[in-house]
Design a protein around this ligand. Structure first.
Ligand code: ZN
Ligand code: ZN
Ligand code: FE
Length: 769
């Protein structure tokens, strides 16, 4: 009898744990009359299955499609089960085979449609309940304290399941089978509203009144701090300029655009242009902020000063859905912090730090254990491009490039400004969520805590630690310290090589890939032999690379000051390309010359001459700063890296270029004299600054494309990697890809940020290679 049965061992890899995969397999087994078992182990999901020939074929087929919504299958392998193994009487879900098993932690997921339907159904027991979730949705990483991922190790441990929730949790046929954060109004967390002066003013039992009341306060023009999934938000009515401006002032955030939340796609469409890819991103389980072009009705101008774009997201928790259902216009929903501090996560922190910003606090008693900012993407050059990778994406592992087998365990420390770290092991590379600027003391503290937390979650002891070459990065110094403490080797990876490698790995280039060409444009990074880079042509592999071209280095008078004050770069660029006094005379009538003359240029001149605190940098970021300043944008200062470039792009966006400014290439170095000459001439002729900005983007792309082609031909390479933070500039990226896509195979970061948020992944891959 048994001999007629087919017996198979099936190994499934990918994101298959903590996402309802085992109950799904169980249901398939029931449907196809399969006996056996399914379990999680260190490598993914393992199935042992016995069944009739045709039933087994159908079962295997079904495994290949319709996986649960949050699962991602990387591979399915099967082999015959060894003889002698007896089939069990039925199909069961085993918790684990040995004590070794660790269920991987998944990313937080937006509320699924079935749960949304429940919270709006007056007959459902979860009607109006803001913590509704199931196996296919809800918080994950944000509530985990330890492994294995089960309720006792999450912040839901404080809420014992009621009998009805427990029954759902125990039944493999239920949508809430093993849903660790499962809850209902009877047993789960609750919300309440606090007036910042009155203290807690709501009775906990009155939770049903909380959301309508909060909506009413928002409509009246109040600012609310709202506890979300990965941290607190500050919220206000996005159509009310007065309150948005007030929020900007209180938050001390003067330039960065505020994110928005809309009830649905229809509401977004009233204010912004929506394409299919952006809609899909907005509606995905990660529910990120998606940057869209403004079109249609206007919102408060203080939302996005100096920009045409708007960052929208859709409700991703039941609380958001319930709140947005009460409102007829979008909400500003910006991170709950003061200027550049990390977002608050605890109620106590929120009372202390947001009390002076928010008029009321909408709180709940489910603790946030891992802070996760909202992720940010934008569609550019035909694909989604990650700008900030956090909630909904972290800690989703990335598969290793083919050919990197049995790598050492590599811990990569990342860069500094947009810091992340990366744990690489046999089963993939886990990139942490965006953590922020390490120069901020509380961010650095959190970075160290998170690193410890991830090491615990993944039981990770590194064999190798990788750091940036920059000796002053706090991540480098900390990595050095850890390497010493743990007695493991330390490897330094050059910043732009890491940018290039991260992109190569994301696109799955195998370990033995021949040399590729990389055009890496960013703010600043430590060069191979010291010196500061940021506009580089690289030729290399994962293992090593050399610089074969660059932007002409221009001094940054004042060092760090030059990063904050774009006029310094404008002066340095002009003074390096021309004789300043001649130039000042020839273009005396231009306002940039008049402006620069108000600065103490003699001092600057001395600094440049004596090379005092004026490091030369081949930086693309500083070139954008200089051009922006010359055109009158952000001359005095920027309040965040990239602001001048963002405003320059916005200025150019809705205009068509009319001329191409020449770049000079000598000994594989690009000089800007002719480009500056053309810009100054256009300014003298009274050409619209928007047109000049467009000309600049177009000219840069045209010139860079030409050089890429020449270098590719000279070195016989067909693949070009474009990476570095400057490629967040859509105009430049699209101009460049249009010019090159017929000629070269172009790789651009997609799900891994092109900016320094992707550095740790690149470092880890170089370390493994
Ligand atoms: Zn759900
Ligand atoms: Zn319950
Ligand atoms: Fe960089």
């Amino acid at each position: 009898m048994y001999s007629a049965l087919k017996a198979r061992r099936i190994r499934i890899r990918g994101t298959v744990q903590g996402v309802g995969f085992r109950p799904w397999v169980w249901q398939l087994a029931q449907r196809h009359g399969i006996r056996g078992a399914v379990l999680n182990d260190a490598r993914g999901v393992l199935i042992e299955a016995w069944g009739e020939n045709t039933a087994m074929d159908a079962f295997l087929m079904a495994l290949n499609k319709d996986a649960p919504p949050l699962a991602r299958i990387d591979s399915i392998e099967q082999q015959p089960l060894e003889r002698g193994a007896e089939p069990p009487a039925d199909f069961s879900i085993l918790s684990s085979r040995s004590g070794q098993t660790r269920t991987a932690v998944a990313a937080d997921a937006a509320t699924c449609q079935a749960c949304v339907d429940e919270i709006f159904d007056p007959d459902d027991r979860r009607f109006g309940y803001p913590f509704t979730n199931c196996t296919h949705c809800g918080p994950r990483l944000s509530i985990v304290r330890d492994i294995p991922y089960d309720r006792a190790n999450t912040s839901m441990a404080l809420f014992p399941l009621c009998s009805r929730c427990q029954a759902e949790y125990d039944d493999p046929g239920e949508r809430r089978f093993h849903a660790q954060p499962n809850a209902c109004p009877e047993c789960g967390p609750l919300i309440w509203l606090e007036g910042t002066e009155a203290g807690r003013d709501a009775d906990r039992q009155a939770w049903r009144q909380v959301i309508p009341k909060a909506a009413q306060l928002l409509r009246k023009g109040h600012i609310l701090a709202i506890k979300g999934i990965g941290g607190f938000h500050l919220a206000c009515d996005a159509s009310n300029e007065q309150v948005v401006a007030k929020l900007r002032g209180r938050k001390k955030r003067y330039a960065k655009a505020f994110a928005l939340m809309a009830r649905d796609l229809e509401m977004i469409q009233a204010y912004a242009k929506l394409d299919d890819q952006s809609s899909a991103l907005l509606q995905s389980a990660a529910a990120p902020i998606v940057i869209l072009d403004h079109r249609g009705k206007r919102l408060a101008p203080s939302i996005n000063p100096g920009q045409n774009s708007l960052g929208f997201m859709l409700p991703y928790s039941p609380l958001h859905h319930l709140l947005m259902a009460e409102l007829d216009s979008p909400l500003v929903l910006t991170s709950g912090n003061i200027s550049d501090e990390p977002q608050c996560v605890t109620n106590t922190e929120a009372r202390e730090r947001l009390g002076g910003i928010a008029d009321y606090l909408l709180l709940h008693d489910r603790d946030i254990l891992t802070r996760l900012d909202d992720s940010v993407l934008r569609v550019a050059a035909g694909r989604p491009r990650m700008l900030r990778r956090a909630r909904g994406y972290a800690p989703e592992p990335m598969q290793l490039p083919p050919g990197i087998t049995e790598p050492p365990k590599v811990l990569a420390m990342g860069a500094e400004l947009k810091s992340t770290f990366c744990l690489l092991g046999e089963s993939g590379a886990v990139l942490s969520q965006h953590l922020g600027d390490l120069e901020n003391a509380s961010t650095f503290r959190e970075y160290r805590q998170m690193l410890a937390q991830y090491q615990k979650l993944y039981d990770f002891q590194p064999d190798l630690i990788v750091v940036d070459k920059h000796p002053d990065y706090l991540s480098t110094q900390y990595g050095r310290e850890l390497a010493q403490q743990n007695g493991v080797p330390l490897l330094e990876v050059q910043h732009h090589h890491a940018h290039m490698s991260a992109c190569m790995a994301e696109h799955g280039l195998p370990a033995d890939t021949p040399q590729v060409l990389g055009l890496i444009l960013d703010g600043l990074g430590y060069g191979a032999e010291g010196g500061i880079w940021g506009g580089e042509f690289l030729l290399g592999t994962y293992k090593d690379c050399e610089r074969i071209g660059c932007f002409a280095p221009v001094s940054m008078p004042g060092g760090v000051m030059a990063m904050r004050e774009p006029w310094r770069n404008a002066y340095a660029h002009l003074a390096s390309a021309f004789d300043w006094s001649q130039l000042a005379e020839q273009y005396a009538e231009l306002d940039i010359i008049a402006y620069l003359k108000t600065k103490s240029l003699a001092n600057l001149e001395k600094m440049l001459e004596k090379n005092l605190n004026s490091p030369p940098a081949s930086s693309a970021g500083r070139l954008f700063d200089a051009v922006a300043a010359v055109l009158g944008l952000c001359r005095d200062q920027v309040s965040f890296e990239g602001q001048a470039a963002i405003e320059l792009e916005a200025l150019a966006e809705n205009t068509v270029e009319i001329s191409v400014y020449p770049l000079i290439l000598q000994n594989n170095t690009i000089y800007w004299r002719d480009l500056w000459k053309a810009i100054l001439e256009d300014l003298t002729q009274g050409v619209d600054r928007a047109v000049i900005a467009a000309n600049f983007h177009h000219s840069l792309a045209t010139g860079l494309a030409r050089i890429c082609l020449e270098l590719a031909e000279e070195h016989r390479v067909e693949t070009l990697v474009l990476s570095g933070g400057v490629f967040q500039n859509r105009l430049l990226l699209e101009n460049l890809t249009t010019a090159l896509e017929q000629r070269l195979n172009i790789l651009i970061p997609q799900w891994i940020p092109a900016n320094d948020g992707g550095i740790s992944l690149g470092q880890a891959i170089v370390g493994a290679a």
